[in-house]
Design a protein around this ligand. Structure first.
Ligand code: FRU
Length: 486
């Protein structure tokens, strides 16, 4: 294979001063996990998240709060919830937001460990008059403990309003250790009744992990048929790896019902469970509506995987960028919100670059914070490799061969467990990649958002280059590169 460096138009040197992302939400000096309470109201986007400012010395989890009018510039507001009541003293765990009487209402799980270290779980409410300061409901908790037949792993209410009032889905575990999503209903957000566990027609889901965390229940129209479908998106724990599937420590995926949601627990799952992200770090996402758009933000982390180099800088984990979500033929697609283009610097581009048994360096396409789009015609290629964020020692490597796209981060400073994730593409004749690189965070969108890989990538300062390698013939039909500015 021959190797060439394409002429570059201007020299560029970007110093990677730290692992801290420029345009992904993280919390400096703190531990961040699940996004909570995602809401669009009155021209404002609200993002809350699980936040432990005592990290790394201790654990005191509350909800941090940020808001934005454009999804790219975020203002930090006072923490919305702190673990200062008897029913949430060991943590204000995950939950969600809904509007009622013009006020933001938050539903969340109060986590308590009793003196014997046994877990107690309470579902709680807080509300705000000004969208900034939240007061916990005097009648808390709304639910004291789990329903009969369930353990104290009973958390993460995701609330919504419908024609029958309010409802939430909740992550739960049966006493014989099977994960479930429960539906509760309320006329007023204050008194709640269990409707039942969501029902599926796929028997595989009866025994599908020992706990389901962070469920979301929502509806989407299918772009192919225009028919609306209910979707359950959730995070089952305890699934075994199976071929290319379920390679993360814990999973996150969805089931599409053949119909809309009928308001009760009789949700009949039509499709098989499909992972929403192919790894490595994606968990506990929340879905919310913003005008005509359905948006999603996920946690770019994984429970119990905290041994990351960012610990040296006293922070841990980040969120994904906001993504638009839609459905085509009962499959969910994702794409970064278009507002992100507002962070673009000067565009570099390539068109119609033929490649034949060679490796080419794309010198204009270099940096650590960028938005890069590459479209290849691969009909005559045996394989294609793409080295991202490459230095002499390091890279994130993408390989595409026999319809399988593979991401390998073994040559980076954080690769716990299996350093490879793979997916078989449904339309392998072309390969369209959009790569969001943000220092130690990377999101890879494949073929128009049909597949997404989210990962943390810890790389040295000079790991900024992009290389393409082809066996056989291929054409880089279009390449666009934008440095990203905060
Ligand atoms: C998911 C999760 C939730 C819980 C929260 C606690 O990552 O375990 O189930 O509410 O994190 O921080």
């Amino acid at each position: 294979m021959s190797s060439r460096t394409l002429p570059r138009s201007f020299p560029k040197k970007e110093l990677l001063m730290s692992y801290k992302p420029l345009y992904h939400i993280f919390s400096d000096g703190a531990f961040l996990n699940d996004p909570n309470g995602l809401l669009y109201e009155n021209g404002q986007y609200h993002v809350f998240y699980q936040w432990n400012p005592s990290y790394p010395g201790g654990k005191r989890v509350g909800w941090a709060h940020r808001c934005s009018t454009d999804l790219i510039h975020w203002t930090e507001l006072p923490p919305a919830l702190l673990p200062d009541n008897w029913y949430d003293r060991c943590g204000c765990y995950s939950g969600s937001a809904v509007m009622k009487d013009g006020k933001i209402h938050l539903l969340y799980t109060g986590n308590v460990r009793d003196d014997g270290c046994e877990r107690e779980t309470y579902q709680c409410l807080a509300a705000s008059d000004d969208g900034e300061h939240f007061t916990k409901y005097a009648g808390n908790p709304l639910l004291s403990g789990p329903a009969a037949g369930y353990t104290a792993h009973f958390r993460d209410p995701k609330v919504f309003a419908d024609q029958n009032g309010y409802a939430f889905v909740l992550g739960a575990q049966t006493t014989d250790e099977h994960g479930r999503a429960l539906l509760y209903r309320s006329p007023d957000l204050l008194s709640w009744k269990l409707d039942g566990a969501l029902q599926f027609d796929d028997p595989e889901l009866d025994d599908f992990g020992y706990m389901w965390e962070c469920p979301n229940l929502f509806e989407l129209p299918d772009a192919a048929t225009l028919q609306k479908h209910a979707v359950l998106l959730f995070c089952p724990q305890g699934l075994k790896p199976w071929g290319m599937r379920f390679r993360n420590r814990y999973q996150c995926g969805y089931i599409v019902a053949p119909r809309t949601f009928n308001g009760t627990g009789a949700f009949i799952g039509g499709s098989a469970f499909e992972e929403i992200d192919r790894g490595f770090e994606f968990y506990a996402p929340q879905i919310f509506s913003a005008g005509k758009r359905t948006l999603m933000i996920g946690w770019m982390g994984m429970p119990e995987e905290e041994d990351q180099p960012s610990a040296q800088e006293n922070w841990m984990h980040c969120l994904t960028v906001p993504r638009t979500v839609w459905m085509e033929n009962r499959k969910l697609f994702q794409w970064p919100v278009e507002e992100l283009d507002g962070l673009h610097g000067e565009k570099q581009s390539i068109s119609l670059l033929p490649l034949e048994n060679e490796a080419a360096k794309l010198p204009d396409f270099s940096g650590a914070c960028y938005d890069m789009r590459l479209t290849f015609d691969t009909t005559r290629a045996q394989s294609l490799t793409l080295s991202l964020r490459q230095s002499e020692q390091q890279e994130i490597r993408i390989t595409f061969a026999d319809s399988v796209l593979r991401i390998d981060r073994s040559r980076s400073a954080y690769a716990p467990g299996d350093p490879v994730r793979e997916v078989r593409l449904r339309h392998p004749e072309k390969l369209d990649l959009r790569i969001l690189s943000d220092r130690s965070a990377m999101e890879i969108y494949v073929n128009g958002g049909e597949e997404v890989f989210s990962l943390r990538c810890y790389l040295e300062e000079d790991a900024v280059h992009t290389h393409v390698g082809i066996q056989g013939k291929a054409v880089l039909t279009k390449g666009e590169f934008y440095p990203m500015h905060a």
